[in-house]
Design a protein around this ligand. Structure first.
Ligand SMILES: C[S@@+](CC[C@H](N)C(=O)[O-])C[C@H]1O[C@@H](n2cnc3c(N)ncnc32)[C@H](O)[C@@H]1O
Length: 243
């Protein structure tokens, strides 16, 4: 399957999802700004967090939100098109695209990073969550939002986490456990198989030896497909402390 996250349509959908303009979402606001809310509601900044990693960062909004509190944020995504968009947002503070209206009709949309964020604290690179480069170093905070059920082998990523999160550091994972065979072969699903555990139970079993669960939160999200169609999901967010 061609990677859908490289398509112009999904770059535009994600720009609109990460940097929403209220007029494109004529709906109650609770599900807007997911990439910002998950940082606001899950991260713990009661002590300094010098370095953060956002794996599966897409077009970068959570990385920029982390940069409000973290001096060095690295965003990594497998999609070169998403990283090109994140780089442009980092350099210019905005990026325009064509978003769907209805049928073949589109309109221009300009995604803008909030002006009060120091964009120079964030950097972006293409990389594979299941094979992250060995010299990334340690991070005080690692975020993986809506990522694990898009990986062919989620365990390959989860097993790398103890080596990425510094002792006492935090791991933020949000996932709607949307297992789909086109992304993850069924034998690699963490949950959701008939007769097997639910994803949350399986995730806890993997993380508990190295991390302590600190917080859990339902995080609704809304992705605009066209002017009258939206994808609504509820991600389960959790914060874990590296033992
Ligand atoms: C559902 S999106 C979530 C994006 C973002 N974290 C958010 O919450 O909006 C999944 C993201 O994971 C990325 N991704 C998929 N496979 C990946 C991999 N092997 N390594 C890194 N990123 C990957 C996709 O390109 C996409 O940006």
């Amino acid at each position: 399957m061609a990677n859908p996250y490289e398509s112009e349509r999904l770059v535009a959908e994600y720009l609109c999802f990460h940097y929403p303009a209220a007029e494109e979402f004529p709906l109650p606001a609770e599900a807007l700004d997911f990439p910002k809310r998950l940082v606001d509601e899950l991260a713990d900044f009661s002590a300094p967090v010098p370095r953060a990693l956002d794996v599966g960062c897409a077009v970068g909004r959570s990385s920029f939100e982390l940069a409000r509190s973290v001096p060095e944020v690295v965003g990594i995504d497998f999609s070169a098109a998403f990283i090109a968009a994140a780089d442009q947002l980092c350099d210019a503070g905005e990026k325009s695209c064509e978003i769907a209206l209805e049928g073949d009709q589109t309109m221009e949309f300009v995604a803008r990073v909030p002006a009060d964020i120091n964009r120079g604290r964030a950097s972006f690179e293409v990389g594979d969550a299941m094979d992250l480069r060995a010299d990334l170093g340690l991070f005080d905070l690692v975020l993986a939002a809506n990522l694990i059920c898009r990986l062919p082998e989620p365990l390959k990523f989860l097993n790398r986490l103890p080596g990425l999160v510094a002792s006492g550091g935090q791991l933020l994972i949000a996932t709607p456990f949307s297992w789909l065979r086109e992304y993850t072969p069924e034998h690699h699903w963490l949950g959701g198989r008939n007769g097997g555990p639910r994803g949350w139970e399986a995730l806890q079993a993997v993380l508990v030896p190295d991390f302590e669960l600190e917080a859990q939160k339902n995080l609704p999200f809304l992705i605009r497909e066209h002017s009258r169609k939206f994808q609504y999901g509820i991600s389960l967010g959790s914060r874990w402390r590296r033992r």
